[in-house]
Design a protein around this ligand. Structure first.
Ligand SMILES: *[C@@H]1O[C@H](CO)[C@@H](O)[C@H](O)[C@H]1NC(C)=O
Ligand SMILES: *[C@@H]1O[C@H](CO)[C@@H](O)[C@H](O)[C@H]1NC(C)=O
Ligand SMILES: *[C@@H]1O[C@H](CO)[C@@H](O)[C@H](O)[C@H]1NC(C)=O
Ligand SMILES: *[C@@H]1O[C@H](CO)[C@@H](O)[C@H](O)[C@H]1NC(C)=O
Ligand SMILES: *[C@@H]1O[C@H](CO)[C@@H](O)[C@H](O)[C@H]1NC(C)=O
Length: 380
């Protein structure tokens, strides 16, 4: 009897292991600890909505909503109207709620004529089901929703150790649309079919409309001071994030995965953005040709420590290096230095925000530029 029980236990253990194992890379991510991560949820507007209305619906800061979608918050006011059909990535903190990853922060107040079904499908674009809302709120009778009743909306999200194939990643929860194919989704998000299948534990590349996929987006992680309150910042490829009390704007991609931070123009009152012993402001660089190659000095944001901004004046980058990078959404600052030895022509360029400079130290070899940005090629 005891033996049988043990066997039974083992079997259960095995089964639960198998269960967790097969689920481990689906959109239902079991979790045990109360850690959290940055995640995003994909939402298609079913009607024209102001930025502020979308922000209210998801209870996110309009500035972080705009930034996540690579709109420059300084030129897009919260009253800006976003058109029906627009696809937005909504940034969230992904928590661990009752052993499963979900967004814990979204609460919706029921309006007249709402049903759980209409809230799930029309309001939240099928990111949740009526049953999930019912369960999350312990609702006994789904017919009995009171006007103004607060309902927690358990939006799906994933952390998967903040990485994909060993590289930093932010996961986007994506509702499959009728015409979508896995291949197209993989292409759109710069990933591969096999990776999407592995992440979502799909047996084959077949999708059903309404399926929710976890899509890994390559992300940039900072090398900030360990004391920085924003040391855990992660920014997805093609997005901005605003940090340091709205003073600094960091972008990721598209050329490389180095986080690039520059002053934000949000009208916040910010301390000096100049690096010590230098005329450079955060996010800018100068380049000078030396016999060793391109000597690039850049002024880099180093994190927000005890309420003040740390900036680091760095370093000389030898030849054949790619220096600071790009600024989404126009990806408009690109500072790329390629050179060969021996350098023959000298150059000195200062990279400024809002213009794309490609520093060519020697023979006109350039790369990068980025989508949407105009390259002003400064050949020397
Ligand atoms: C999570 O990622 C870290 C590094 O980012 C790694 O050291 C650790 O082993 C990973 N854990 C799991 C469970 O994959
Ligand atoms: C980042 O995004 C750009 C543009 O969408 C893409 O070309 C690039 O491959 C992406 N990088 C990674 C590492 O996913
Ligand atoms: C700062 O700029 C001034 C004038 O533009 C210049 O004279 C000075 O040498 C610069 N200092 C540094 C450290 O580059
Ligand atoms: C690069 O330039 C900086 C100042 O502009 C200088 O201090 C440094 O020694 C130079 N490095 C090399 C390798 O020339
Ligand atoms: C932050 O401030 C506190 C008190 O003001 C101080 O004890 C601490 O050392 C500071 N931390 C850093 C990293 O400067």
């Amino acid at each position: 009897m005891a033996k049988l029980k043990l066997l039974h236990c083992r079997l259960m253990l095995l089964l639960s292991f198998f269960f967790i194992h097969t689920l481990a890379k689906s959109t239902i991510e079991p979790c045990s600890v109360s850690d959290s991560c940055t995640a995003m949820v994909g939402y298609t507007l079913s009607t024209d909505l102001k930025v502020s209305e979308v922000a209210t619906l998801f209870q996110v800061d309009p500035i972080s909503l705009l930034s996540a979608n690579a709109y420059d918050p300084s030129s897009s006011p919260p009253s800006r109207i976003l058109p029906a059909g627009l696809f937005l990535k909504v940034p969230f903190v992904c928590s661990c709620v009752d052993g499963i990853r979900s967004v814990a922060s979204v609460v919706y107040h029921a309006r007249a004529s709402d049903t759980l079904e209409s809230i799930a499908t029309s309001v939240y674009g099928s990111l949740v089901s009526a049953d999930q809302i019912r369960d999350a709120n312990g609702i006994a009778d789904p017919e009995l929703i009171l006007l103004g009743q607060p309902l927690r909306i358990p939006l799906p999200c994933s952390c998967f150790n903040r990485s994909d194939n060993g590289l930093p990643a932010i996961y986007l929860s994506y509702v499959v649309r009728p015409a979508d194919t896995l291949m197209e989704i993989a292409t759109t998000y710069s990933t591969t079919l096999s990776d999407l299948m592995a992440v979502n534990a799909l047996g084959g590349p077949v999708l059903k409309p309404g399926d929710i996929l976890a899509i890994p987006l390559a992300a940039c992680i900072p090398r900030f001071s360990m004391f920085a309150s924003d040391a855990g910042l992660m920014v997805a490829n093609g997005s901005y994030a605003i940090t340091a009390d709205h003073c600094v704007q960091c972008s990721c991609g598209p050329v490389n995965m180095n986080l690039f931070c520059a002053p934000a123009s949000l009208g916040a009152s910010c301390e000096s953005m100049h690096c010590r012993r230098s005329n450079l402001t955060v996010g800018s660089a100068t380049s000078r040709l030396t016999s060793a190659g391109c000597n690039v000095t850049s002024c880099t944001y180093g994190g927000f420590v005890n309420g003040s901004l740390v900036n680091i004046s760095s370093a000389t980058v030898p030849r054949q290096s790619v220096v600071p990078v790009s600024f989404a959404p126009a990806f408009s600052i690109t500072c790329i230095c390629t050179s060969t030895i021996p350098p023959t022509i000298s150059s000195r360029r200062i990279c400024t925000i809002g213009r794309t400079f490609i520093i060519v130290c020697n023979d006109g070899i350039t790369s990068g530029g980025g989508s949407g940005g105009q390259s002003i090629r400064n050949q020397v």
